[in-house]
Design a protein around this ligand. Structure first.
Ligand code: C5P
Length: 221
């Protein structure tokens, strides 16, 4: 069986990570969540008290960080310098800052190089914002997943079992804000690759999306 690389991009809350993980499982591929890497950098910088307004300092520290992604039973673990930071990187605080740190050119260059290394031997499902355009422009399959803002907010809301006391309206605002920041930034903004398949999942359930992508991949094997 010839292995390929699969790039899945799209805006916040489109369900990329759930879908990417299931596609990877169906094909016995490795899943790489690049958002978790930007989140890990963000968490670490906030811990160190270094704001995104100090890009040189952020870059210097990023280059020294050891970021590991470990595939686990219920998703992927993220280690920073050996410490499991998975429980911290999806907090509201990190949500609020991650798009600012991800705009720093050197941080992107560093993380993109790491991501390209991970994909060298193929058999990777990678999700993010710039995978099909910048990280893996040669990926055999590129998917651009979207859904309406309302639907994406609703999915996040259900996923959170109101743990953080957020209303649906607040979630919609958060998603719109991140969409805007990610799409408007100068360096590799969120953009659909010319050769990507656009999947609007607003009215699709999870198995339908997974099957669509897996079927598509099979035409390549
Ligand atoms: O996918 P997730 O929502 O975890 O990503 C968090 C943030 O990380 C995004 O809002 C974006 O600012 C940044 N990101 C990025 N490039 C990627 C993946 C994520 O800039 N490839």
């Amino acid at each position: 069986n010839l292995k390929i690389n699969i790039a899945i991009d799209g805006p916040a809350g489109a369900g990329k990570s759930t879908i990417a993980r299931l596609v990877a499982r169906a094909l016995s591929y490795i899943y790489v969540d690049t958002g978790a890497m930007y989140r890990a950098v963000t968490w670490f910088m906030m811990e160190q008290g270094i704001g995104p307004e100090f890009p040189e300092k952020v870059l210097q520290l990023t280059q020294k960080m050891v970021i590991e992604l470990i595939p686990g039973e219920d998703g992927q673990k993220v280690l920073v310098n050996g410490e499991d930071v998975t429980p911290y990187i999806r907090s509201l605080q990190v949500n609020g800052m991650v798009s600012q740190y991800s705009q720093i050119e050197g941080v992107r260059r560093h993380l993109v190089a790491l991501q390209q290394q991970m994909a060298l031997h193929k058999g990777i499902v990678m999700d993010g914002r710039d995978i099909g355009t910048t990280v893996l422009p040669d990926a055999e399959v590129k998917i651009f997943m979207t859904a309406s803002v309302k639907e994406r907010a609703l999915r996040r809301y259900k996923e959170m079992n109101d743990a953080e006391g957020l209303t649906l309206e607040q979630l919609e605002k958060d998603i719109e804000r991140r969409d805007r920041l990610d799409a408007e930034r100068e360096i590799s903004p969120l953009r659909c690759a010319d050769d990507a398949i656009v999947l609007d999942t607003t009215h699709m359930d999870i198995p339908q999306v997974v099957d669509t992508i897996v079927d598509y991949c099979k035409t390549y094997r």
